[in-house]
Design a protein around this ligand. Structure first.
Ligand SMILES: [Cu+2]
Ligand SMILES: [Zn+2]
Length: 178
C-alpha cells in the first residue's frame, strides 16, 4: 500500500510539472523597446496576461526628470521625431480620455510615469479588459498593432482626447515575446 502511494505521488508530481509547463507555454507575453526623438533606446516595457487584463512593467532611462503621461496608442508604428505615426490612444471600448473622466477612460490611459533626477524611472500598471490573444478590437495585436508612448508633460487625466500631455518624446512598438 505504501509503495502504491509513493508511485501515485510520483505520477501526480509528473502530471503537475507537465501541466505547469504547458501553462507557461500558453501564457502570452509581449514587449516594447522605447526610442526617443533621436532614435536612441530609452527603455523597455513588458506585458503579460493576468486574470482580468494585462500587467505592464516598464523601465526607462535618459529621459527628462518629472512626471510624464504614458499611454498605449492604437497604431504599432513609431516614426521619430514626433511619433504621430502611433495614432490616438488605444480605445477599444469607445470611451473618452482620462481616468477621472466620467465618460472614460481609454484602455490605453495609464498612470503618469515619474522620472527621477538621474533620468530613470519605472512603473507597473494593470490594464483591465484587454488581451494579448487573437486580433480582436481589445487585443494589443489588433490589425495594425499598438505601441506605447511617453509624453513631455503629465496627463491631467480628464481632457479629451489626450490629457494635455504635450509632445510625444518616446515610443515603442508592442511585439510578441519571446
Ligand atoms: Cu500618449
Ligand atoms: Zn486617452
Amino acid at each position: 500500500m505504501k509503495k502504491y502511494l509513493v508511485v501515485l505521488g510520483v505520477v501526480l508530481a509528473i502530471a503537475a510539472l507537465s501541466s505547469a509547463e504547458s501553462v507557461v507555454k500558453a501564457h502570452p507575453q509581449a514587449k516594447a523597446v522605447l526610442i526617443n526623438a533621436e532614435g536612441k533606446e530609452v527603455g523597455t516595457a513588458t506585458f503579460e496576461m493576468v486574470p482580468g487584463g494585462i500587467k505592464v512593467d516598464m523601465q526607462v532611462s535618459g529621459l527628462p526628470p518629472g512626471f510624464h503621461a504614458f499611454h498605449i496608442h492604437s497604431v504599432g508604428l513609431c516614426e521619430p521625431p514626433d511619433f504621430q505615426s502611433a495614432g490616438p490612444h488605444f480605445n477599444p471600448y469607445h470611451k473618452k480620455h482620462g481616468k477621472q473622466n466620467p465618460e472614460g477612460p481609454h484602455s490605453g490611459d495609464l498612470p503618469n510615469l515619474y522620472v527621477g533626477k538621474d533620468g530613470t524611472g519605472d512603473l507597473d500598471a494593470l490594464v483591465p479588459a484587454i488581451t494579448l490573444l487573437g486580433e480582436g478590437e481589445n487585443s494589443l495585436f489588433h490589425p495594425g498593432g499598438t505601441s506605447i508612448v511617453i509624453h513631455a508633460s503629465p496627463d491631467d487625466n480628464t481632457t479629451d482626447p489626450a490629457g494635455n500631455a504635450g509632445a510625444r518624446i518616446a515610443c515603442g512598438v508592442i511585439t510578441r515575446f519571446p
